[in-house]
Write a protein that binds this ligand. Structure first.
Ligand code: NI
Length: 173
């Protein structure tokens, strides 16, 4: 397992529609392990493959917040939303690819997802609360959409300007 560098906005890799994962291979398993390690280290609650420069449809998340609860890592390959609630919820979102920037995004409060697990089997589960926010935010990444694309153009441009500056200041030699 190893940490992978996180791609920072603005970057063309974060704007691409990712390709379906063809098969659950050992490489996909290793990628998912690396993504979980990278996510926990950040720390974050979700990480999508394009955020580590892999343009394939998978993401990882763990929104278990209770301090005494064991971790609950979930790996979702080729995820799709099969149901959305009419009820909406608003949450102040952030993103590991857009550090130190936050914005309120309104989305369906509950969603049901279907995906392939690392076990190669189909899974289906309904998510609420932070899990629902995170699942939709990460699924957006697989379609080249960032949380700032849900904000108005002025706010989006302001955050992007700040990120250009942030990347200049944190440039890896
Ligand atoms: Ni994100």
């Amino acid at each position: 397992m190893s940490l992978r560098p996180i791609v920072l906005h603005p970057d063309p890799r974060l704007k691409k529609v990712c390709a379906p994962v063809a098969a659950i291979t050992p490489e996909i398993g290793a990628l998912a392990e690396d993504m979980l390690e990278t996510m926990y280290a950040a720390p974050g609650v979700g990480l999508a493959a394009p955020q580590v420069g892999v343009l394939q449809r998978l993401f990882v998340m763990d929104c278990e917040k209770a301090p005494d609860a064991p971790p609950r890592p979930v790996v979702l390959v080729n995820p799709e939303i099969v149901w959305r609630s009419d009820a909406l919820g608003t949450y102040e979102e952030g993103c590991l690819s857009i550090p130190e920037q936050f914005g309120e995004v309104t989305r369906p409060a509950e969603v049901a997802l279907r995906w392939t697990g690392l076990d190669g089997k189909q899974h289906e589960e309904a998510f609420t609360g932070l899990w629902a926010v995170c699942a939709q935010h990460e699924l957006d990444h697989l379609d080249g959409r960032l949380f700032i694309d849900h904000l108005g153009p002025i706010r989006r441009h302001m955050i992007t300007r700040k990120m250009v500056k942030y990347k200049r200041e944190h440039a890896r030699p």
